[in-house]
Design a protein around this ligand. Structure first.
Ligand code: GS8
Length: 221
């Protein structure tokens, strides 16, 4: 139904941007990709996201939608003729939102400590919290193939982009050892969903990117 112009303001290694790219691929939506330089933000980004000034921003029919999870929900609702990413049952939908929010508030926050900290105790604290949160997520996944059940959906999109970031290398732990079910789930997402395999960069690319970031003055969050 919605065949208006779609533009994505993004940065390739962004795990938030990847969520949006996966959702767009899931729905088969054509769009114009615009890579931002976060050290020299475009006037378009500042105009489209004047509050946070962050990527990703989806511009649909010249109107911006900001915040990755909100964008994924928007895509799901507007392009609703393709399989839905969120459950339609209100309770299941609330649960899906809860877990996606958990990823941003808890898992990502601990992950940042692993990536950013040069202080060993802080890194260790990040790693401990990160692994604990992943175990909680693994409990929620249980024996289901995907978080929502039989099909790839909203929570999978929220979690899977963590998979290519170099938390294991930088935190010096093995996801396969700590959370074997979550590890298999990540492999499944990549192997069975082209939207994921085509979007997620290789871990080593992200690793090089993070090393580069840590050498330079901070320019992103
Ligand atoms: C986070 C986006 C974000 O942090 C979302 O979209 O879900 N909650 C938001 N974007 C970063 C790049 S990815 O690390 C960003 O745009 N940073 C620029 C800045 O802070 O100036």
């Amino acid at each position: 139904m919605a065949d208006n112009k779609v533009v994505l303001l993004d940065v390739l290694p962004s795990l938030f941007g990847m969520r949006v790219r996966i959702a767009l691929a899931e729905k088969g939506i054509e769009y114009e990709y615009k890579e931002e330089d976060l050290k020299n933000k475009s006037s378009l980004l500042l105009e489209m996201n004047p509050i946070h000034k962050k990527i990703p921003v989806l511009i649909h029919n010249r109107k911006p939608v900001c915040e990755s999870l909100i964008i994924v929900e928007y895509i799901d609702e507007v392009w609703n003729e393709r399989a839905l990413l969120l459950p339609s049952d209100p309770y299941q939908k609330a649960q899906a939102r809860f877990w996606a929010d958990y990823v941003d508030k808890k898992v990502y926050a601990f992950g940042r400590k692993i990536l950013d900290s040069n202080v060993e105790e802080e890194k260790e604290e990040g790693k401990k919290g990160f692994i604990e949160c992943l175990k909680v997520l693994e409990g929620e996944l249980g024996d289901k193939p995907y978080f929502g059940g039989e099909t790839f959906g909203f929570v999978d999109i929220a979690v899977v982009t963590l998979y290519c970031w170099s938390y294991e290398t930088l935190g010096n732990f093995s996801l396969e050892v700590e959370c074997p079910k979550l590890f298999s789930w990540g492999k499944r997402c990549i192997e069975k969903n082209e939207s994921v395999s085509k979007t997620l960069p290789h871990q080593h690319k992200i690793y090089d990117f993070v090393l580069g970031l840590n050498k330079k003055p901070k320019a992103r969050t």
